[in-house]
Design a binder for this molecule. Structure first.
Ligand SMILES: [Zn+2]
Length: 315
């Protein structure tokens, strides 16, 4: 401990004197000397940035909300008893779940790449701007799939939110929704068709960003492998939509999975690979900041939330 400097000691004495006169001023009344601090409500950061080799990766919380009756979404083929006992063992309630929507921004040093766009542009822009970026800076928007909570931020008051961006999407996914008569696709994605490049699994978006087939949740759902200077991280998008009910129990049927069997198979393959190679990942619907690891555990996987692994300097 450093020794107090004389001036600091004097300051302490002054503060002590001030406190004494405040106390004296309050004497004789029933009012406390200081007003109670105002309650400011729960607060939560909406971005989280870390280094991945030469990339900067920012998880952006574009929205979060509490949703009732989660078994109707995440446990279609299990009993209420099983749903309850698994939830209880993991310290989460069964009557509500917290949903998170987490687009990811990757600065490669050459280009700013945004993966997915949230439920709407307002939430998307709030997180992007909190992280110190503007919509105009985004060079590429990559869409993992075409569900509304991923394409909802593409348009803002009828014009493109990311005015200078080009777009990348999976060709199978794009083709499916293009002919599906889907209102959200027609409003948000179709107007950008001329600026959209369609890709397939194994294709490179940019140097260090590779598309991976992760079909099942939707017909052409894609994950993306990020690689820089020997570091890897996978953006799994909606391969699993809950860290316990879907990741720990890959065969539990999820209402939003369009092909439930294929989605379960994709979970087993994806998390099997991430567990074997000990690769970190960001899940669009994982609890913010949405980043963790998995290990094989019984018939499923255990989610290990990231702690300080990616904020350390060289020792
Ligand atoms: Zn989603």
């Amino acid at each position: 401990m450093p020794v107090l400097s004389p001036s600091l000691s004097r300051r302490h004495a002054l503060l002590a004197g001030a406190a004494a006169s405040l106390a004296a001023a309050g004497a004789g009344t029933s009012r406390p000397a200081r007003a109670a601090a105002a309650m400011t409500g729960p607060a939560f950061p909406n971005y989280n940035r870390f280094r991945l080799g030469g990339f900067e990766v920012t998880a952006l919380l574009a929205g979060t909300r509490t949703v009732p009756n989660p078994q109707e979404t995440f446990g279609l083929n299990v009993s209420a008893d099983e749903f309850e006992s698994v939830s209880e063992a993991n310290f989460i309630p069964t009557d509500r779940a917290q949903f998170f929507f987490t687009p990811t921004l990757v600065n490669t040093g050459a280009e700013l790449v945004l993966f997915d766009t949230g439920v709407n542009a307002d939430g998307m822009l709030a997180a992007l701007e909190a992280a110190g970026h503007t919509a105009e800076e985004v060079d590429v928007v990559v869409l993992t799939h075409m569900h509304g909570d991923h394409i909802g931020g593409l348009m803002h008051n009828g014009s493109p939110t990311f005015g200078n961006a080009r777009y990348v999407a999976g060709s199978i996914e794009h083709e499916h929704w293009r002919s599906a008569g889907n209102e959200q696709f027609d409003a948000n994605v179709r107007p950008l068709e001329d600026q959209t490049t369609l890709i397939n699994g194994g294709d490179s978006v940019l140097s260090g960003i590779t598309a991976m087939e992760a079909f099942g949740h939707t017909p052409g759902h894609m994950a993306f492998m990020l690689e820089s200077e020997g570091e890897q991280l996978v953006l799994i998008a909606d391969t699993a939509n809950h860290y316990v009910w879907s990741l720990a129990h890959p065969d539990w049927e999820v209402r939003f999975d369009m092909d439930k069997q294929a989605a379960a198979q994709t979970r087993r393959e994806m998390f099997g690979m991430l567990a074997a190679d000990r690769i970190p990942f960001i899940g669009y619907h994982m609890p913010f900041p949405a980043r963790g690891y998995v290990e094989s555990n019984g018939d499923g996987f255990r989610y290990v939330p990231a702690s300080y692994q990616m904020m350390m300097d060289e020792a």
